[in-house]
Design a protein around this ligand. Structure first.
Ligand code: PLP
Length: 287
């Protein structure tokens, strides 16, 4: 983790940055977050992440703590102070501090803002992508508003832990109808036997991944056939390839599901190509 964190208007040493015990993010998960991939110290997919932040906040009736422009300056300054080139930038905005009561405070609170940044070794990330990762499935057990990017991530954390215990990098939630919804921290995709790239639509109870949208644009520009509909784990096992997308994963090939190989069990050409195309575009459009 970088050495400097931004906390409510000040840059502080990371080890000494603390939030209040009655912050509603801490007590009720009454907070939203965003994560940007950083390329050469710049924020990837800026518009998508800002738009989703504004939407998440508005769904919870929390005010944007500052304008997009001001926030961009603070986010970039956090990156600069931590001297990060490739990495991840984390922003959390909670409703703020108030005496503990479930209903929103009647006296207006100031949203509490935390920003941290951490470096990622791209060579290690590329080596991981070249090998591909394993995924497990877990029953969907999250609330009905996964479209809001809140910090209420306990089911996601438990799913990720279950994956880790089985030597997998991600867990895919499977709903009551037997369809994959999304990963614990990524969107789920397959490449079918006829070369169509499939990911489920966002009318479902999933996060509207910013990487997902950018990749859909890339697929369209490349003339690759897209199917935005749900798929089952059995379809994934019968697919040529699978991969996940997210600010952390970027486009990360998946080679096994629940211990069984997908396709020939090796990283496929489509996932590798899409990873390159995504990184190229994200670098070019980062601010
Ligand atoms: N789905 C979930 C549950 C996530 O937590 C994330 C990212 O953190 C994603 C999907 C991918 O979203 P994005 O591409 O915006 O990072």
């Amino acid at each position: 983790m970088g050495r400097i964190a931004y906390l409510n208007g000040r840059f502080e040493r990371h080890a000494e940055a603390f939030v209040h015990i009655e912050d509603r993010g801490y007590q009720f998960a009454d907070a939203v977050y965003e994560v940007w991939a950083l390329f050469d110290g710049k924020l990837s997919d800026p518009d998508g992440h800002f738009a989703r932040l504004e939407r998440s906040l508005s769904e919870l009736q929390i005010d944007m703590p500052m304008s997009r422009n001001a926030l961009t300056i603070v986010l970039r300054e956090t990156v600069r102070q931590n001297r990060i080139r490739d990495g991840l930038l984390y922003l959390q905005v909670s409703r703020g501090v108030a005496p503990r009561d479930h209903a929103f405070p009647t006296t207006p609170t100031s949203p509490a803002i935390v920003i941290t940044a951490k470096a990622i070794d791209r060579a290690t990330a590329e080596a991981k992508a070249a090998k591909g990762v394993s995924v497990i499935t877990v029953p969907e057990n999250r609330w009905g508003r996964c479209d809001i990017k809140t910090v209420g991530l306990l089911p996601n954390a438990m799913a990720k832990q279950a994956a880790k215990e089985k030597g997998a990098a991600e867990a895919w939630f499977v709903d009551d109808l037997g369809f994959v919804t999304e990963g614990a921290s990524s969107n789920a995709w397959i490449v079918t036997a006829n070369g169509t790239v499939k990911t489920r639509d966002t009318n479902a109870n999933i996060l509207r991944g910013v990487t997902r949208y950018t990749l859909l644009d890339i697929l369209q520009a490349e003339g690759i056939s897209i199917d935005q509909s749900p798929f089952t784990p059995a379809e994934a096992l019968a697919a040529n390839e699978a991969f996940i997308t997210g600010a952390g994963a970027l486009v990360l090939p998946v080679v096994a599901l629940d211990g069984k190989p997908i396709g020939n069990g090796k990283v496929g050409p489509m996932a590798s190509r899409l990873r390159c195309l995504y990184i190229e575009q994200a670098r070019a459009t980062a601010i």
